[in-house]
Design a binder for this molecule. Structure first.
Ligand code: PLP
Length: 418
């Protein structure tokens, strides 16, 4: 994303923030939990759990409908959460934030709502080889249905986008360029602003998959000028079951609804209906109210511990330390770029050890990591690797947990006779 100088940020008090997360007190197989699976989902601070608890205990009621005190309170809290999200990513207005179930649904919303109306045979959608399945499969489906062609920006063996191909791939045929702001396998942070500019220069819209980026670094949609941004609450200390789509108001206004039913309509007759204004046009049925309030509480929490620059800065230190330590393990090979060009995660392979066996040994030592292809099968195919083990950090991880990771990996090598 926009890599600002972060030397002056106030450091995060990691020992203090750890006390905010009840689950970090847990023991797994008799030893303290070391949670290094943050790219899959983050842990939840008490403030988020309590915000949802408070909603159910004190004001549970449906939004936008009831003319009674509880409904008015729920509506106010639900809409206040939307406003917090808009501010968090620097959207112009809360109307540009649509609540969805997750980043996957946000991308599907654009694919179906914008894609079905705007893509035609001969048009092209450009994505990259480092996308999560969430930013591949919807475009495969929409291209199949509209006759548009799906193209990929290739990756280099070092885990970067091969930017030398962009001038050939981005043409007047390109209608949308959808790409991740941080790879969930390599950790690579591509030059988002430059990619948006290049897409706009040929008249294409841009969708940024912010599932990994919004949770780990400052994201400013106005500075980036992206047209859409998709992200999930659960990766940024919020609950599961809620995500968001940012879209420029002018685009959202023109788009057809994705799902239809109650709340998203203005009027309904026997034979047709008219649509509510944005963002409600895209929120059919009773939404995930408690989850939206939890999402807002997560944003408050991230701001309260020092904000996204401080979080990004700390994770840069952690990933640098982790990669330095891991490179001393014989037979371990990390994939992706050096720490300066990535976020706080690292995927690796080890000679003679299957990632599932590695993860199982680490689990015995209380360490949670991810093993597999991390919903990025085309990327692994491209690298000719079946699966990798991924350790992903957040602001509550301690440097001492890197030492535990290294010791446990060495134990795995011994166990399997390597
Ligand atoms: N995009 C990226 C880069 C991801 O890492 C993920 C989840 O891991 C997603 C999209 C999908 O997020 P969700 O499962 O919350 O919809």
């Amino acid at each position: 994303m926009d890599r600002k100088q972060v030397n002056t940020v106030t450091p995060i008090d990691v020992e203090a923030v750890r006390r905010d997360f009840p689950v970090l007190e847990r023991k797994i197989h008799g030893v303290p939990l070391v949670y290094l699976d943050n790219a899959a989902t983050s842990q939840k601070p008490a403030a988020v759990i309590e915000a949802m608890n408070r909603f159910y205990r004190q004001e549970n009621s449906n939004v936008h409908r009831g003319i009674h005190a509880l409904s008015e309170e729920s509506t106010a809290d639900y809409e206040a959460a939307r406003k917090k999200l808009a501010k968090f990513i620097h959207a112009k207005s809360r109307r540009e934030i649509v609540f969805t179930r997750n980043a996957t649904e946000s991308i599907n919303l654009v694919a179906y709502s914008w894609g079905l109306d705007n893509l035609h045979p001969g048009d092209e959608v450009l994505i990259t080889e480092m996308e999560h399945h969430a930013n591949i499969v919807p475009w495969q489906q929409i291209c199949r249905r509209t006759g548009a062609t799906l193209r990929y920006v290739p990756i280099t063996p070092q885990g970067y986008l091969d930017l030398s191909t962009l001038d050939n791939l981005l043409t007047e045929k390109t209608k949308l360029f959808a790409f991740t702001a941080m790879s969930n396998v390599f950790g690579t942070i591509p030059p988002v602003k430059m990619l948006v500019e290049k897409a706009h220069a040929v008249g294409a819209l841009t969708l940024v998959d912010g599932a990994q980026a919004v949770s780990h670094m400052p994201v400013d949609v106005r500075a980036l000028d992206c047209d859409f941004l998709a992200f999930s609450a659960h990766k940024m200390c919020g609950p599961t079951g809620i995500g968001a789509l940012y879209g420029k108001a002018a685009l959202l206004n023109k788009m057809s609804p994705f799902l239809t039913g109650g709340d998203m309509i203005l009027s309904v007759w026997m034979d047709h209906a008219t649509w509510n204004e944005i963002p409600h046009k895209f929120e059919a049925g009773t939404p995930a109210i408690a989850e939206a309030i939890g999402f807002g509480a997560a944003v408050d929490y991230l701001n309260s511990i020092g904000g996204m620059e401080a979080i990004h800065h700390y994770e840069q230190e952690m990933i640098t330390a982790a990669m330095t330590a891991l490179q001393d393990i014989e037979g371990l090979r990390m994939i992706g770029p050096p720490p300066a060009d990535r976020g706080g995660l690292v995927s690796f392979v080890m000679d003679g050890l299957h990632p599932h066996d590695i993860a199982a040994v680490l689990d015995q030592d209380g360490i949670a990591v991810r093993a597999g292809y991390h919903c990025a099968q085309p990327l692994h195919d491209r690298l000719n690797i079946h699966a990798t083990t991924r350790a992903s950090f957040y602001f509550y991880n301690l440097p001492s947990e890197i030492d535990l990771l290294v010791q446990s990996l060495q134990r795995a090598q011994k166990l399997f006779g390597r």
